[in-house]
Design a protein around this ligand. Structure first.
Ligand code: DND
Length: 247
């Protein structure tokens, strides 16, 4: 499939984020982002990096398939999964420890040479906001690397309420993937375009009606989640006794 070309608002490209510029001017050290793709774009050639943010509690094949299909459709050179350290919007619910979620992500992506995992949101500490992550990535990678934040259509519908959403709009392009139960209707696409200055590209991916909450519930009920996530992740969940006591 040809790389999807999107309606990226060109006027935003040249808009420099003050925090990114400040960090670059100060010669901020480039903290490592991930193992496989830290040097992406270092040769000066144009490159595209996908960023798959999530709580990943636990990661499952719905996440992996949507990242893979976004990679293919948008000609992304790599996709980095970034598990949230402390998702602010999930404070009212129990979230598995960051290190365990990170470990599961690593196990899930290991067989795909185009995928990697970054611990930057976990290592940053404090509440996790996507704008901080995008600024870190924008500071780390040279301008010839274009950033694409991949998100489900359900999450993207609220994106204007995310912290500093206006700044986020200038830091990356956004890929909204369809998710069962949340169709990207023309009306919704129009509403998104009208209420924000984001460059949001919609992508229809294979419908997989899988969610982390469903996986947790299954484990708590003693049911199998084999094939709903990668084999090693399944084994890890069993070995660590995760999700057994989920309500
Ligand atoms: P979730 O907790 O919804 O992720 O977080 C998604 C991202 O939004 C994270 O990077 C958050 O830090 C960020 N966020 C949310 C709210 C506020 C702010 C930031 C802020 O900065 O203010 P999940 O682990 O539940 O899922 C990961 C992604 O995968 C989501 O985009 C979800 O919609 C998508 N997804 C599927 N897509 C297609 N088919 C399926 C899917 N299951 C999950 N079956």
């Amino acid at each position: 499939m040809a790389a999807a070309e999107a309606a990226w608002a060109p006027e935003r490209r040249g808009e420099e984020d003050a925090a990114v510029q400040g960090a670059r001017d100060a010669g901020a050290a480039r903290p490592a982002v991930c193992e496989r793709f830290d040097d992406l774009g270092a040769d000066g050639a144009p490159a595209r990096l996908g960023i798959m943010g999530g709580t990943f509690d636990p990661i499952h094949i719905g996440h992996l398939a949507c990242a893979e299909q976004a990679r293919e459709a948008f000609g992304l050179d790599a996709v980095v999964f970034v598990p949230a350290g402390s998702p602010v919007y999930k404070k009212h619910q129990r979230v598995t420890g960051a290190r365990q979620r990170l470990e599961m992500c690593r196990m899930a992506v290991e067989s795909n040479p185009s995928f990697d995992v970054s611990a930057l949101e976990i290592e940053r500490g404090g509440d996790t906001y996507t704008v901080d992550t995008l600024r870190e990535l924008r500071t780390h990678y040279p301008d010839n690397v274009e950033l694409f934040f991949i998100t489900g259509a359900d999450a993207v519908a609220n994106i204007v309420r995310w912290r500093e959403s206006h700044a986020m709009a200038g830091l990356a392009r956004f890929i909204a993937v369809t998710r069962p139960g949340y169709a990207l209707t023309e009306e919704r696409k129009r509403a998104l375009a009208e209420q924000s200055d984001f460059a949001i590209d919609c992508l229809e991916v294979t419908a997989l009606a899988i969610s982390s909450s469903d996986l947790r519930a299954r484990v708590a009920q003693g049911r199998s989640i084999r094939y709903l996530t990668m084999g090693r992740v399944n084994d890890y969940i069993v070995a660590q006794g995760l999700y057994r006591e989920e309500a």
